[in-house]
Design a protein around this ligand. Sequence first.
Ligand code: PGA
Length: 256
Amino acid sequence: MAHQKRKLIIAGNWKMHMGPVGTRAFIKAFVPMTAASPERELIVFPPFISLPAALEAARGTHLRIGAQNMHHEESGAYTGEISPVMLRELGCTHVILGHSERRHVFGESDAFIHRKVIAALAHSLSPVLCIGELLAEREAGRTMEVVQRQLDMGLAGLDTEQLGQVILAYEPVWAIGTGKTATPEIAQEVHAFVRWYLDRLFGPGAAAAMSILYGGSVKRDNAAGLIAREDIDGFLVGGASLKPEDFCAIAAVDAP
Ligand code: PGA
């Protein structure tokens, strides 16, 4: 049976959707719906401004709350940025780092993302490190090379204990927000490569307990085929995480 070693994690990346009012309403509706699957780790990532509302609404429940990004410094003259210290003060437990929209729309480099990974770990925030290739890179046969570079740079200098705090999300850029999900075969191939490569980087067995999520147009009707694959340990869901019913259906999905 797949997934015996690893907890399934279902995470919702709300991007620039949902103010505090919508956030509160979502969580009030969503939490009771998911009471039946407590063995899964459920995390939502609202916009910064909605984090206090989310944390308040989720207090005492099994739902975890994380931020979509952060700066690596603790404080300073960085207009418009939010620090790991601030996220911890609020009560966030997770932070998405290196999302493809940060990489490709806002120009964040591997080196910049690496500084954030180190800072998140130093402040006891679990980074959800996103990796994944562009369509042109896949078509040029460079997928594994790209993913390898993102892992080399994103995880440089970590010890195995720190690695254990990291959640990885494989999100092929061509599948994000396009409705074109990677097939279970394509996703499994990359996930297996990532696990194999992490063992090479950190030592045999280092990746066995790591959760590697898939993201990119995950919907209630394609989630089961993906979760059935051995190395897919959950999802990072964008669009389909904005409605409690849809996100709940994904959170409850079982392999066929
Ligand atoms: P999507 O987004 O599910 O809307 O494709 C996924 C993501 O960007 O994390």
